[in-house]
Design a binder for this molecule. Structure first.
Ligand code: NAP
Length: 246
């Protein structure tokens, strides 16, 4: 097991990509604390994965866009002691063409997708620096690299996360802390459910591998970056998009 006895925090672990990240970390032996506004319907599935590997899973209610997430993190640090892995995964979309976009749609996307990473990393990087070890993985998006009509707010937040990742990686590298980002393409989750069949088929024509991704295919890359197998990788963006951005 890659993470036996290690402690991980995952934001937005109640469903979608985050759920599969939590499950994959548990399977590799990590004790996982996941933070989301709701517990989700799959906690039982996570408990099964935890007991199979001798790990533990804990849900902590929290809103990562709010300063109050610092208290949730402080509780976790107190409980867990050491924090080895932080995955900033929570994210939302509020799509619309710019001339119709409400300021609150801009603000909420930037807060949940980008400010959240600032808030969590401010707390946890302090812990990791003291430990002189730790790994942070931020979930960006391929649209933060190539852009997407109707997603100025979302792509700005995801491009922002990339700059954030590179700057933080430079800040903490000398203390033994690595920081990387994963930029997924189109992944089958609640977030992408809204897209109609016609649009989905059109999209597939732009993906060289000819299909969308399953959340497990993102989780496995996150596991790699969080593990010692990636011990010499920091400040990088790993694009996991079936070739969309080639
Ligand atoms: P999802 O299925 O909609 O899940 C989103 C997760 O984030 C849920 O666990 C949700 O839990 C949590 N969350 C949302 N707002 C939150 C808040 N304010 N505080 C705490 N937790 C919050 O989305 P997904 O597709 O798995 O996306 C996961 C990440 O991957 C996001 O950052 C997304 O931008 C990125 N991504 C997704 C795709 C894709 O195609 N799906 C592509 C590229 C990147 P609660 O609702 O219970 O709070």
């Amino acid at each position: 097991m890659l993470f036996k006895g290690k402690n991980a925090i995952v934001t937005g672990g109640s469903r979608g990509i985050g759920l599969k990240i939590v499950k994959a970390l548990l399977t590799e032996g990590a004790n996982v604390y996941y933070i989301s506004r709701t517990k989700g319907e799959k906690h039982g599935e996570l408990e099964k994965a935890a007991s199979a590997s001798g790990a533990s899973v804990y849900w902590k209610q929290g809103d990562v866009s709010k300063e109050s997430v610092a208290e949730v993190l402080a509780d976790i640090v107190k409980e867990a002691g050491q924090i080895d892995i932080l995955i900033n995964n929570a994210g939302i979309t509020r799509d619309g063409l710019i001339f119709r976009m409400k300021t609150e749609d801009w603000d909420s996307v930037l807060s949940v997708n980008l400010k959240s990473a600032f808030l969590t990393c401010r707390e946890i990087s302090r812990v990791m620096i003291k430990q002189r070890s730790g790994v942070i993985v931020n979930i960006s998006s391929v649209v933060g690299i190539i852009g997407n009509a109707g997603q100025t707010n979302y792509s700005a937040s995801k491009a922002g996360l990339i700059g954030f990742t590179k700057s933080l990686a430079r800040e903490v590298a000398s203390r033994g802390v690595r920081v990387n980002a994963v930029a997924p393409g189109f992944v089958e989750t609640d977030m992408t459910k809204k897209l109609g069949e016609k649009a989905r088929e059109a999209l597939k024509t732009q993906i060289p591998l000819g299909r969308t991704a399953q959340p497990e295919e993102i989780a496995s890359v996150v596991v790699f970056l969080a593990s010692d197998r990636a011990s010499y990788i920091t400040g990088q963006v790993l694009v996991v998009d079936g070739g969309m951005a080639i």
